[in-house]
Design a protein around this ligand. Structure first.
Ligand code: NAP
Length: 340
């Protein structure tokens, strides 16, 4: 029988290739919540682009946060968003009870979702609506939330024309659907193999950037907003396809483009606005909004596959290979043998 104080987890002991430095263990100590925290049994977690950057420590800032030479002992479990069930509760926590089904963004505590149990500060918790499954819910705190925040900044109104770049990814799949639910016309940019999926999420028009220069192909369209999750182009290039007071919102992609926009702040070109995504609405508010949209069947998380915990390193590798379409979900109750 399993020792009740120990749990299964995927840990990373070093930086590098996820398939080499990440390891499945069964003897990780179950943490104990302090007075403002809860212990959550993780039912599902989602795989995010952030995991691949952290495991590789591609940028020096990652080493400053996670450990200079190797990940610090307290930050060895990744998994930045979870859906699960409360199993233990700190004495100051009044708004949640043992047994509640909850969802959380756990980036502020450096992850921990790739394990059977995780500690979450109660202020980061959102109750999971019954109509939303654990597998769906875990895709919301990071990808769904970031898409919602970006779309709020894009300030979309019914009938607006929105361009989603990086459309086939975790954030893009939510971005397309949220923009469509808000009544926008959506054009999307992605690679050849992912076009059918992107169309199935509701894009009205898809440009294959492998076949043509996507920005050139869209000249003359005059978008009200560009929602960019794959900013590997200079953001200024989008000026030519934005209308005169259009907005460009950068959610991800090239780290230095992101920093440039963040530090230079929102800058204008005429009355066009260029900005990196910033949190104008609380994360938990956005999570609730996206969960409600799923519960109301206005959007559906695009889950490419559901994997057991042991397959996390391979899933991060497939993000690096860019073979993922939408989201990969880790279901902690899934056995290795029921691969589908
Ligand atoms: N600020 C925030 O709060 C926040 C939250 C979530 C994510 N992000 C950031 O947003 C970005 C997208 O996240 P995601 O979860 O949607 O990632 P993802 O699932 O890996 O999707 C990214 C998409 O971008 C496309 N892409 C184009 N050029 C690429 C390149 N050189 N390298 C990798 N992908 C490329 C890929 O599609 P094709 O194969 O079709 O090209 C891929 O599907 C990441 O940079 C992530 O760190 C930020």
């Amino acid at each position: 029988m399993q020792n009740l104080k120990l749990m299964r987890a995927i840990i990373f002991r070093d930086y590098g290739d996820p398939q080499e430095v990440m390891e499945f263990v069964e003897d990780f100590e179950i943490p104990t919540p302090n007075k403002n925290e809860v212990l959550v049994k993780v039912e599902c977690a989602s795989v995010n682009a952030a995991d691949r950057y952290i495991v590789r420590a591609n940028y020096f800032i990652i080493r400053m946060v996670f450990g200079l030479f190797r990940p610090s002992k307290k930050k060895r479990i990744l998994g930045m968003d979870i859906a699960g069930t409360i199993k233990g509760i700190g004495k100051n926590v009044k708004s949640f009870q043992i047994g509640d089904a909850v969802v959380a963004d756990i980036r502020k505590s450096f992850g921990g979702g790739y394990a059977e149990y995780v500690i979450v500060n109660a202020k980061h918790l959102v109750k999971k609506p019954q109509e939303v499954s654990f597998e769906q819910a875990c895709t919301v705190p990071i990808s769904g939330q970031a898409a919602m925040m970006g779309m709020i900044l894009c300030d979309i109104k019914r009938g607006d024309k929105v361009l989603v770049n990086g459309a086939s990814g975790g954030v893009g799949s939510f971005g397309i659907q949220i923009a469509k639910a808000q009544g926008a016309y959506v054009a999307a940019i992605c690679s050849t193999k992912k076009i059918e999926a992107v169309k199935s999420w509701g894009a009205d028009e898809v440009v294959d950037y492998k076949k043509k220069d996507s920005i050139k192909a869209l000249i003359g369209k005059e978008f009200d907003a560009v929602f960019d999750t794959a900013s590997f182009e200079c953001p200024g290039r989008y000026k030519q396809i934005l209308n005169k007071d259009g907005k460009y919102v950068l959610v991800g992609g090239d780290f230095y483009n992101m920093l440039r926009l963040k530090f230079l702040g929102r800058f204008s070109r005429g009355s066009q606005k260029f900005m990196a995504v910033t949190q104008k609405v609380t994360v938990t508010t956005n999570i609730k909004t996206v969960l409600k949209m799923i519960a109301d069947k206005k959007i559906t998380p695009a889950i490419q596959k559901v994997i057991p915990l042991q397959d996390v390193p391979g899933a991060i590798h497939s993000l690096e290979q860019r073979t993922v379409i939408g989201k990969i979900v880790v279901n902690l109750n899934k056995e290795v043998s029921d691969h589908s």
